[in-house]
Design a protein around this ligand. Structure first.
Ligand code: NOJ
Length: 554
């Protein structure tokens, strides 16, 4: 694979509602992002991904778009976005937006027209079925049927996610062309590319037949029949040909359901996208990302195997988008470190482990200061629609309310969506008004102000790892170098990065105890150490609890 500009980037993901509120209405906004560009520049990131900012009734916090060409009022104006892009550019920071083209909001004019007038062309922009009863037993990603009845008509419409997110009918060429206009308009506006939402859902099994039930509700996950289905390649190739391929842009696809042996179509040299997120290890604590009540007791060894399998499969053909957090996941500190979530050494070790994998690293807002999950006491305290659904489903599956609450506290998407913790003052300096989502109480101790410039803080550690990747004599190796897994003890993750004649051994001890690890060759120079001690002999080293150690050999 030839080197590409986007391989060098370090991406920072912003959930705009919760980043910084510049006009004190309790909701984060675009001007808030602009006002924090210096903070991001200081951290060292080079590109920002902003979750959806378009007009939306916010049923799924912007992943339900009602106007692709305008900005949601609570986030600001088109002028604000222009200003953000320009100011970021002055600082050499690129902006990518979130592209949601599997579905719109039910308040999008196309859908409103489709409901009002079944004869209009917009009716075929969506997926409708006639009938007096629900067309099949497919369960949406957010629970309940994928079908919602149209009022006063014997007709149902399809939604893979929430009922206010009707799926677009990609079988319709006119609709597809409308979507390409959306994509090109924003690329022309000057953004560097897109993170692309739920793109593997655009093709459905057109038989729309019921399938074997997989839950007590008698329904079956729609992902089996409406994600990455046969024929999707035609749509994805056409999408690329009419849009992305005309620009020197980056495309990062959320493409769940893609198997490793299909990767070359997706991210190979002529693949549909620059890179895709792999969720196979992100969901290792649950049986599947849409069944939080099926908990799995995972081990570090399994995490190691899953990460390495992912890395090696991707390396064969393309490039990875590496992450440990995003707006749909719990905080990585709580998920991967469990009772050590507040141990700074452990948090840094975890950060370095994924950051130096082969691929473009993505940092989710707050990850760089070690934000943690937030336990809620009652279902009424949740905002996230999927948490509310998972709570109901857990109870249907036979768990009591206490268990159900426990499951969703561990997994809720609200964990990552609490307002950013800027300082230890009221509302953590996010806003002067009560925020749209309850603050995480941990802001008193975990906040940016107390970490910036403070030696040994998590923020300064992230700054240093970004600097090592971007600006050191090891940059080429750490960016473009191959990755190779190594044999380690069960509680350690280890890999080698190599490039030309540079070889960097990387070890990450996930345990509270010391471990002994082995390597080939002779120790040469330390590249990274999150502690201030190191015990390296010929071919052998001792790792202290939660130590991250990277060094070159000769
Ligand atoms: C994936 C997004 O990341 C998530 O937040 C959203 O709810 C669904 N797609 C539906 O758009």
């Amino acid at each position: 694979m030839n080197n590409k500009w986007w391989q060098k980037e370090v991406v920072y993901q912003i959930y705009p509602k919760s980043f910084y509120d510049s006009n004190n209405d309790g909701i984060g906004d675009i001007k808030g992002i602009t006002s924090k560009l210096d903070y991001l520049k200081n951290l060292g990131i080079t590109m920002i991904w902003i979750c959806p900012i378009f007009k939306s009734p916010m049923d799924d916090n912007g992943y339900d778009i009602s106007d692709y060409f305008d900005i949601s009022e609570e986030f600001g104006t088109m002028y604000d976005l222009r200003e953000l892009i320009d100011k970021a550019k002055e600082k050499n920071i690129k902006i990518i937006l979130d592209l949601v083209i599997n579905h719109t909001s039910d308040e999008h004019p196309w859908f409103k027209e489709a409901l009002k007038n079944p004869e209009s062309k917009y009716h075929d922009y969506y997926i409708f079925k006639n009938g007096k009863s629900v067309p099949n037993n497919w369960r949406s990603v957010f629970g309940t049927s994928v079908w919602e009845k149209v009022e006063d008509r014997d007709e149902y419409y399809f939604h893979a996610f929430g009922k206010k997110q009707p799926d677009l009918n990609w079988e319709n060429p006119e609709l597809r062309n409308e979507l390409y206009k959306v994509v090109n308009k924003w690329l022309d506006f000057g953004i560097a590319g897109f993170r692309i939402d739920a793109i593997t859902f655009i093709k459905k099994d057109l038989t729309f037949k019921s399938i074997e039930a997989d839950g007590v509700d008698g329904m079956a996950k729609c992902t089996k029949v409406s994600r990455n289905q046969k024929g999707i390649d035609v749509f994805l190739k056409e999408l690329r040909a009419n849009t992305f391929s005309k620009y020197n842009c980056v495309t990062v696809a959320e493409a769940p359901g893609v198997e490793y042996d299909e990767l070359s179509n997706f991210i190979g040299e002529d693949g549909y996208f620059s890179m895709i997120f792999d969720f196979k290890y992100a969901d290792l604590d649950v049986k599947s990302g849409s069944e939080w009540f099926k908990r799995v007791n995972w081990t570090v060894k399994e995490l190691n195997e899953k990460i390495m399998k992912s890395q090696i499969s991707i390396q064969k053909t393309g490039w990875a988008a590496n992450f440990i957090e995003n707006h749909d996941q719990p905080r990585a500190t709580t998920k991967y470190l469990i009772e050590n979530e507040r141990n700074n050494d452990a948090v840094k070790m975890l950060g370095a482990m994924y950051f130096f994998l082969r691929g473009t690293p993505f940092i989710y807002q707050g990850q760089e200061i070690g934000m943690i999950n937030f336990e809620r006491k009652s279902i009424g305290d949740f905002n996230d629609i999927s948490s509310i659904d998972q709570y109901k489903r857990s109870i249907k599956e036979g768990f009591d309310e206490k268990d159900a609450l426990h499951f969703i506290n561990l997994r809720s998407r609200d964990n990552a969506r609490t307002p950013f913790q800027w300082n230890n003052k009221k509302y953590a300096g996010f806003s002067t008004k009560k925020p749209w989502l309850k603050m995480n109480d941990s802001y008193i101790n975990i906040n940016a102000e107390s970490q910036i410039g403070k030696k040994d803080s998590i923020f300064e550690f992230y700054k240093s790892i970004i600097n090592i990747r971007q600006n050191s004599k090891y940059s080429e190796c750490l960016i473009y170098g191959k990755i190779e897994p190594i044999q380690t003890s069960d509680k350690t993750i280890g890999y080698i990065r190599h490039y030309n004649n540079i070889k960097i051994y990387c070890f990450f001890n996930f345990d509270n105890n010391e471990t002994e690890e082995y390597f080939e060759g002779k120790y040469n120079e330390t590249v990274l150490n999150n502690l201030d001690c190191e015990f390296i002999e010929n071919g052998k080293l001792r790792l202290m609890p939660f130590q991250a150690l990277m060094f070159t050999t000769i």
